[in-house]
Design a protein around this ligand. Structure first.
Ligand SMILES: Cc1ncc(COP(=O)(O)O)c(C=O)c1O
Length: 472
């Protein structure tokens, strides 16, 4: 049997031939790692595995190299403070939410929040006030929130007399849909709501890189912004950063909740990787490299489109989305077929395959993708009917009927999904990736929702089973 260690050895997969690993982390299996980090890893094996020695410190220490590095990074970005994280955007989003909302309060958030934020609601006794988003039926994605849609949500908030204490935005989405965050952050702050932005997929939107990209929420004045540095910068897996600016959020509260959730032994390697990933963005050479990647990615997309490959358009040039449904192909079936041929996608879905180009250079990819697409169409084209995906039947704004934690942790029983109408969910239903919950504990499953979930279970047979836990 293959051991985990043997799986990590230089890939022997596929057995022969070329491998295009277009998945995250964005450093492309090491080829786009910043030079300093590469030198560190190439030196004496594991000499870097150090504790929080006084000269190194940690993300919550006032002194030491980590503190200095965080101060310099915040100053370079124009934020007041930042904290490096070694438990991904997950850990930092959770800490941020626990810092801005107290038990018993509610927080406005979009339906496409990552599951980590719902978990933080359960941990902190916070009610998620969830708003629906515009839906694109030809591919089954929610798209970017924009100003007019948010205005409707805020009107509904007033009509329902809801009083959240903060707001969360997700920008860009996993697929790269993004709008100008200025039109979103300002109206929320005007209501006195501190704004936390999950920009896990948008570290490359930081200022000074590419004026054609939507701006980062940091430049739009958001109070807290989280970047996953392994998704949108050249950081190692688990690296992330939380930026804070302004006075609306108490930095002691952030430090307190970071202390609750973070390990007392943060990996010095991962912390150094946070610094190195951000250092790429700060250096002229690094920015030039990033711009070259954007140019190459845009040229690749033009070439693929011109050859007839159906690519979806988003605001992130580093995400390449094959619209498999347009050729009657299920992305979940196409994924293993392509993997056997050495082309590895990040996110297979019933209607699409999303490839993350990341920060590595991919020579000859256009020709290879064109060839594999033609072969895929010959093998699987028209095997599943061209899909039109149905939007989830959700109100514009709503909260779970029962407290998330009470529903999740209390007595429950499993029933077939088809018999769950009228019950209250006691679990998340959440295909991963992308990690966006379809159902949240505490939500009532009306018959329309059950019908829609049965459709989803048919579309994601390995991810959504036919049973669901409901509150007993
Ligand atoms: C939008 C979004 N936010 C947060 C996360 C969590 O990021 P991490 O894997 O760095 O914990 C993800 C992961 O897929 C994500 O897609």
């Amino acid at each position: 049997m293959a051991t985990l260690l043997s799986q990590l050895l230089p890939a022997r997969f596929p057995q022969q031939g070329r491998l295009d690993a277009l998945h995250l982390p964005a450093h492309g299996r090491g080829s786009a790692l910043p030079g300093d980090l590469r030198r560190l890893l190439g030196g004496r094996p594991v000499s870097w595995d150090l504790p929080e020695l006084p000269m190194i410190g940690g993300p919550l220490e006032a002194e030491g190299a980590v503190a200095d590095s965080q101060r310099e990074a915040a100053a370079a970005v124009g934020a007041d403070q930042c904290w490096y994280g070694v438990n991904g955007a997950t850990g930092l989003l959770q800490a941020a939410l626990l810092a801005i909302a107290t038990p018993g309060s509610s927080v406005l958030m979009p339906r496409n929040v990552h599951r980590s934020l719902i978990q933080a609601c359960a941990l902190g006794g916070i009610t998620p006030l969830l708003f629906d988003l515009p839906f694109l039926p030809d591919r089954g994605h929610v798209t970017a929130l924009d100003g007019p849609w948010l205005a409707r949500v805020l009107q509904e908030l007033d009509r329902q007399k809801q009083r959240p204490v903060a707001a969360v935005l997700v920008q860009p989405t996993y697929h790269g849909y993004a709008a100008d965050p200025l039109a979103l952050v300002a109206p929320l702050q005007a209501r006195g709501l501190p704004v936390l932005v999950d920009e896990a997929h948008g570290a490359h939107l930081l200022p000074g890189v590419d004026p054609n990209q939507p701006r980062s929420a940091l430049a739009a004045g958001a109070d807290l912004v989280v970047h996953s540095l392994h998704k949108s910068a050249a950081g190692l897996g688990q690296t992330a950063v939380l930026w804070a600016q302004g006075t609306a959020v108490d930095s002691d509260a952030i430090a307190r909740s970071l202390g609750w959730l973070q390990t007392t032994s943060p990996s010095a390697l991962l912390l150094a990787s946070c610094e190195a990933a951000l250092g790429e963005w700060r250096s002229v050479r690094g920015r030039r490299r990033l711009n070259r990647r954007f140019d190459q990615a845009r040229a690749l997309a033009v070439q693929l489109r011109d050859s007839g490959l159906p690519l979806l358009e988003t605001q992130d040039p580093l995400r390449l989305i094959w619209h498999t449904a347009a050729a009657g192909i299920n992305g979940l079936d196409a994924d293993p077929w392509l993997m056997e041929r050495g082309l590895i996608a990040e996110l297979p879905e019933p209607g699409c395959l999303t490839f993350c180009l990341g920060l590595a250079r991919h020579r000859g990819l256009a020709r290879r993708m064109q060839r594999l697409w033609r072969e895929l169409c010959r093998h699987q084209g028209g095997t599943s009917p061209a899909e039109v995906f149905s939007a989830p039947p959700l109100p514009l704004l709503g909260a779970p009927e029962l407290d998330v934690r009470a529903a999740w942790c209390g007595p429950n029983r499993s029933v077939p999904l088809a018999q769950a109408a009228g019950a209250i969910a006691a679990q998340l239903i959440c295909p991963y990736p992308p990690g966006i919950p379809l159902v949240i504990p505490g939500e009532r499953l009306d018959s329309l929702r059950v019908q829609w979930l049965l459709e989803q279970a048919a579309l994601w047979p390995d991810q959504i089973d036919g049973m669901v836990k409901i509150v007993a």
